[in-house]
Ligand binder design. Structure first.
Ligand code: ZN
Length: 62
């Protein structure tokens, strides 16, 4: 078998768990995924912890 790597690798959104493309904005919760680390800051105004809290309470993630 030839091992192939996809350009469209998906990760599970760290906020809501929805499969989302790397570096893409999650369509479910609006968190912008920053790759494997999903560190705070970067393109998201919220920290990851704040985003998860907002998502759980039905508030918009920014
Ligand atoms: Zn999400």
């Amino acid at each position: 078998m030839i091992k192939t790597t996809s350009k469209n690798d998906k990760i599970n959104c760290p906020v809501c768990g929805n499969p989302v493309d790397l570096y893409d904005v999650c369509v479910v919760c609006n968190w912008e995924n920053t790759g494997e680390t999903n560190i705070d800051g970067g393109p998201n105004k919220m920290t990851l912890k704040e985003a998860i809290h907002a998502y759980i309470h039905g508030l918009p993630v920014d």
